[in-house]
Design a protein around this ligand. Structure first.
Ligand SMILES: Nc1ncnc2c1ncn2[C@@H]1O[C@H](COP(=O)(O)OP(=O)(O)O)[C@@H](O)[C@H]1O
Ligand SMILES: [Mg+2]
Length: 231
């Protein structure tokens, strides 16, 4: 089964004279176990594509399917349910809830996905230890560095073993050690659990693990230049 399918997806951002065609008839398919890089300059539509793929934004035209299931454009609640159970999001900035500690942030996501708590705690502990932040689990978000926060955000995205992970420049604001930990956690999820991973990134460390590279230019998606089989 295809993990993610976009068929003829278009999306305009903004309105009136400021409206921009951020996606122009994008079609793509990603299979389980694939790690696909999405490369493109700032403003090319990467964040819009990931947001539509994950049901955060509804497309103006076209269809999005996750694990074969249509994300209904007119039903935000149904999209939210699919997202909570099947999708993990990693944003450029961590977006952790500031009133909670790092582990609680991860457990909230697990609860939304319907995971029972003992399993959620075990899986959270494994992820946090693997990324070198297990000892910080009880620390309030405000006391974490950007790199530490992002590793909690990755654990939050992966705790329910989603079949699809969407990551928006997840290592862009990280130092090299934190960036490496994030890269390794994403690669391990694909390798060990067969998740499909779509990452908007220019991080060269991810390239050796990529099964495919896509380029986005002005809202249109095609194979990246220099990718296998391309000029
Ligand atoms: N909320 C918004 N309102 C108006 N225009 C937007 C909005 N979000 C994004 N855009 C525009 O849509 C285009 C694609 O943006 P985006 O998807 O954020 O690209 P990227 O992530 O590749 O930098 C850009 O021209 C951007 O200015
Ligand atoms: Mg962006």
């Amino acid at each position: 089964m295809t993990a993610l399918e976009l068929a003829g997806v278009s999306k305009v951002r903004g309105c009136g004279p400021l409206a921009v065609s951020a996606l122009r008839g994008v079609s793509l398919r990603i299979d389980p176990g694939e790690l696909v890089l999405l490369e493109g300059p700032s403003g090319s539509g990467k964040t819009t594509l990931l947001s539509v793929a994950g049901g955060l934004l509804r497309p103006d035209a076209g269809e999005v399917r996750v694990g074969g299931e249509l994300l209904p454009p007119g039903d935000a609640e149904a999209r939210r349910t699919v997202r909570a159970r099947r999708i993990g999001f990693v944003f450029q900035r961590s977006n952790l809830l500031p009133g909670l500690d790092g582990l609680e942030n991860v457990l909230v996501q697990a609860a939304l996905a319907g995971l029972d708590e003992p399993l959620a705690r075990r899986r959270a502990g494994e992820l946090l230890d693997a990324m070198g932040v297990g000892h910080l689990a009880g620390r309030r978000v405000g006391g974490l560095s950007a790199g530490e926060e992002q590793r909690f955000a990755v654990a939050r995205a992966l705790v329910h073993s989603p079949s699809l992970v969407l990551a928006d420049e997840p290592t862009a604001s990280l130092d090299s050690a934190a960036g490496r930990a994030v890269v390794e956690a994403l690669v391990a999820l694909g390798r060990d659990r067969g998740a499909a991973i779509l990452v908007a990134t220019h991080d060269a460390r991810l390239a050796p693990f990529a099964t495919r590279r896509l380029a986005i230019v002005d809202g249109g998606v095609g194979p990246a230049r220099g990718a296998p089989g391309e000029p």
